[in-house]
Design a protein around this ligand. Structure first.
Ligand SMILES: [Zn+2]
Ligand SMILES: [Zn+2]
Length: 289
């Protein structure tokens, strides 16, 4: 008999990774837990820090109206620490073109969340860009502690040369708020692994090894993730190991990634979310540059 929805278990590992910084709440629409349910689960499994990173993407709504993304604005009400867990607010922003631009870059923020005409930019703490406008992307990023840049729909990248897709990832990583390239091993867009890793190392930014990539049904993502991890170890590039949980019981579970990292004897000191102090120092150094 198959038991559906059995509680996930961790394969045995000696690794301690105390920050899960890529998790989703029900605001991602295909995720199912509240922020408090996620925080409680993080406390339950002994995490020091939880990063909540809901999708900032056109997969959620057909039109990029600012009102559809207000779940990413009102985060001033979030406690810094909740149930004993340090809580950070982030988003997982889609890379949307071969220039590495991020979702919302081309959406002018013209109206308040109420729908009233946008009157005063100053109180949003978001700078106008070189075109003299505030974009939805800059507004959302101004409220984030860090951003994960990921590819989901990649129709626009199919058949693009490797040199172009590599520059795309590097440009996305150059955004001042982007700290992490999300699940590049399963995005379905080939790139020059060493070139991206070297660029990330120069910027002090991180390559994600994502538990979701080991779920199966995603081509050779497992093999690509392993190849990326091996080169990160050889080149001394920092990684971030995350659950990408879409429901509370998956918070802090990265057993399949840890099993792979154990197999290749991956250095623990390159896992930059291994504890809260290390992750916060990495974030501060990378995003201050
Ligand atoms: Zn993703
Ligand atoms: Zn995600």
């Amino acid at each position: 008999m198959t038991i559906r929805n059995a509680t996930p278990t961790k394969p045995a590992t000696t690794r301690s990774i105390l920050c899960d910084v890529h998790t989703h709440t029900l605001f991602s629409r295909h995720a199912y837990s509240t922020i408090e349910e996620n925080v409680r689960q993080a406390a339950e499994v002994g995490l020091e820090l939880l990063g909540s990173a809901d999708h900032f993407s056109d997969m959620l709504f057909p039109t990029p109206d600012v009102r559809n993304f207000q779940y990413l604005f009102g985060v001033g009400s979030w406690p810094d620490t909740w149930h004993g867990v340090r809580l950070l607010h982030a988003c997982e922003a889609d890379i949307v073109d071969l220039k590495g631009r991020l979702f919302g870059w081309d959406v002018a923020y013209m109206r308040e969340m109420t729908g009233a005409p946008f009157a005063d930019s100053s109180h949003h703490g978001s700078a106008v860009d070189e075109r003299g406008i505030i974009t939805l992307k800059d507004l959302v990023f101004s409220k984030c502690d860090y951003v994960i840049a990921s590819i989901h729909n990649h129709d626009w990248a199919d058949c693009a040369p490797i040199s172009v897709t590599t520059d795309m990832y590097i440009h996305a990583l150059e955004d001042p708020k982007v700290l992490i390239v999300g699940h590049p091993g399963r995005a379905g867009v080939p790139f020059d692994i060493d070139a991206l890793l070297e660029a990330a190392k120069d910027m002090g930014k991180l390559i994600e090894i994502n538990e979701h990539s080991f779920d199966g049904g995603m081509g050779d993502s497992w093999g690509i993730c392993k190849q990326i991890a091996i080169r990160c170890a050889e080149l001394g590039v920092g990684v971030c190991v995350n659950s990408d949980a879409h429901i509370a019981p998956a918070i802090g579970l990265y057993g399949n990634v840890c099993k792979m990292l154990d197999e290749i004897d991956f250095p623990q000191e390159l896992i930059m979310n291994r504890d809260a102090a290390t992750f916060l120092a990495t974030r501060d150094a990378a995003l201050a540059k």
